[in-house]
Design a protein around this ligand. Structure first.
Ligand SMILES: [Zn+2]
Length: 299
């Protein structure tokens, strides 16, 4: 099997997320950069975000809360356009974030058996034929049951999509080449930005985050740093397009963008599976997959 992308083939990148807005808050500048470079980028959104709260105080009104499902679809469409990517909902229902000990609602995404919940994603992988797939690590990156289920479903679909004996009615087998986990917003990211702001004499709201950082927090090895600082402004616009979910006065918008571009110009990933040998660390999600450069004629 030829694992490389052929010269006449468009590289394809699939990123799998739990809710509308996750694609804009985790790895959005990466998506915008690859899309601008001609990669076919597809966002798969597992749920409609129906149980999300209104996180923007300016929009926290009864009619907004009432129409949240519809509004989130419209916000997703706007964000997708900003990023220049395609997007598909996989049709599951948001599980919400239950309080400790509270059961998950009937029929929600997180309660689906992984084998069943992976089916629509297997179908999508076989249709879109991505070379690279991105999702969350096993902790979900954030302890939301839908994020953990998104990890489980994506790993299951990555492993099954190339096997003709699995899900035989969901299309012709296709094996993606590489699987990545999001590794953004590490402790090092917060510390580096906090130190840079402090040195510059800019107020930093990140000290509190660092003080409360649990010692037990899992640490994902960063194998891949994608330079995408030129797309941080696109990322911010995409995130703001999810107007009910992002507070323009909230902590994420508080740090100076010029400083972020200077001290941490990448979004970071952990290579979890690869069918090709690649030297690590790398700076390109498609490393090891790109066709060899054409020979240069010399005279
Ligand atoms: Zn989410």
């Amino acid at each position: 099997m030829n694992l490389r992308i052929t010269p006449d083939e468009t590289p394809r990148l699939l990123t799998v997320h739990a809710h509308p807005d996750d694609e804009s808050s985790k790895g959005a500048a990466t998506l915008a950069r690859y899309a601008a470079e001609g990669v076919d980028v597809l966002v798969a959104t597992c749920t409609g975000g129906e149980r999300g709260d209104v996180l923007n105080p300016r929009l926290d009104r009864p009619e907004v809360r009432r129409n949240i499902a519809e509004l989130r679809r419209a916000e997703m469409a706007a964000a997708r356009k900003v990023l220049g990517v395609r997007q598909r909902f996989l049709g599951f229902v948001d599980s919400g974030l239950p309080a400790d000990g509270e059961p998950l609602p009937d029929g929600c995404f997180a309660r689906q058996p992984t084998e069943d919940a992976a089916r629509p994603l297997v179908r999508l992988i076989r249709e879109f034929r991505p070379h690279v797939v991105i999702t969350y690590d096993e902790t979900g990156g954030y302890p939301h049951p839908d994020h953990i289920k998104t990890h489980e479903v994506t790993v299951a679909a990555f492993d099954a999509a190339g096997d003709p004996d699995r899900y035989p009615r969901e299309g012709a087998p296709w094996q993606p080449r590489k699987l990545y986990y999001q590794a953004a917003f590490s402790r090092e990211w917060f510390q580096t930005l906090h130190d840079a702001m402090t040195t510059r004499g800019t107020a930093s709201a990140m000290g509190a985050v660092l003080d409360e950082w649990p010692d037990t927090a899992p640490k994902l090895e960063i194998t891949t740093r994608v330079t995408c600082a030129d797309y941080f402004a696109v990322r911010d616009r995409a995130l703001l397009a999810h107007a009910t979910q992002s507070d323009p006065d909230g902590p994420f918008f508080a740090h100076p963008r010029d400083l972020e571009r200077e001290v941490w110009p990448t979004e970071d990933y952990h290579l979890a599976r690869s069918l090709v040998e690649v030297p690590l660390p790398e700076d390109d999600l498609f490393a090891g997959l790109r066709p060899p450069a054409p020979a240069v004629m010399t005279t």
